[in-house]
Design a protein around this ligand. Structure first.
Ligand SMILES: CC(C)(COP(=O)(O)OP(=O)(O)OC[C@H]1O[C@@H](n2cnc3c(N)ncnc32)[C@H](O)[C@@H]1OP(=O)(O)O)[C@@H](O)C(=O)NCCC(=O)NCCS
Length: 201
């Protein structure tokens, strides 16, 4: 049986499980360090995070916090667990793009030609990443966010829901871009940026 173990019994975990089911995983089990959580949607929580290494399954990290996501994905890689790339069948993904290990592309997302998406990224529901963008490792492009062409987003940056990133803009690593922000100039220092145009909070 083709089984996927997912770390993180959260709302995002539920979305990842649904995509994995559509891609042919027959069994989904969750691992979570919160002892009070028994199920994620209809799927059972069968152990804490470290138990995934004893499970005969593929593995995926469904945790929003980019630092935690990177730490766990790197541990899975060190222990040679197989980690898939999950692309929802309704996502529109150009033929020549690159997607790193442990990245999920959710329903309705669009990734246009020439884009390079790193590992452990979340390209969330109905977001878009346009031509020739570079999205580094552990970036989250949130629900309904639009990233125009030739943008570079540094590792561990989280672009909040409904934000817009104008073309040719660079956003450095370790930023939080607030919901609804419009980024139209380069961001060169990590931190939280909100508003239209986006300014440091
Ligand atoms: C930017 C953000 C990280 C700030 O969080 P925070 O530090 O906890 O900020 P607070 O909620 O304490 O708000 C502080 C102030 O900033 C304002 N603010 C917060 N987020 C804002 C945003 N995105 N745009 C404009 N103003 C914002 C609040 O209204 C508040 O204003 P006030 O002091 O006048 O009342 C958060 O609000 C945000 O936008 N998160 C993104 C969530 C998201 O996109 N999730 C994606 C799920 S897929």
């Amino acid at each position: 049986m083709k089984t996927l173990g997912i770390i993180g019994a959260s709302g995002h975990g539920k979305v990842v499980a649904d995509i994995a089911k559509k891609l042919g995983y027959e069994e989904i089990v969750f691992f979570d360090d919160n002892p009070e959580v028994d199920y994620c949607g209809t799927y059972p929580v069968v152990g804490v995070t470290q138990n995934i290494f004893e499970c005969n399954c593929h593995a995926f990290v469904a945790i929003g916090n980019p630092m935690v996501r990177s730490r766990l994905l790197e541990q899975l890689e060190r222990e040679e667990k197989y980690v898939p790339v999950l692309v929802h069948p309704s996502a529109v993904v150009a033929e020549d793009i690159q997607l790193g290990t442990g990245t999920v592309v959710a329903a309705g997302a669009v990734i246009n030609p020439g884009a390079r998406i790193g590992k452990g990224c979340i390209i969330n529901t109905c977001s878009s990443v346009d031509h020739d963008c570079i999205v580094e490792d552990y970036v989250h492009v949130s629900v309904g966010t639009h990233v125009a062409g030739t943008v570079c987003i540094g590792h561990h940056t989280w672009v909040g829901t409904g934000a817009t990133v104008s073309n040719n803009v660079n956003i450095c690593a370790n930023c939080m871009i607030g919901a609804g922000a419009v980024v139209c100039k380069d961001i060169v220092e990590g931190g939280t940026y909100i508003g239209v145009p986006a300014k440091k909070k």
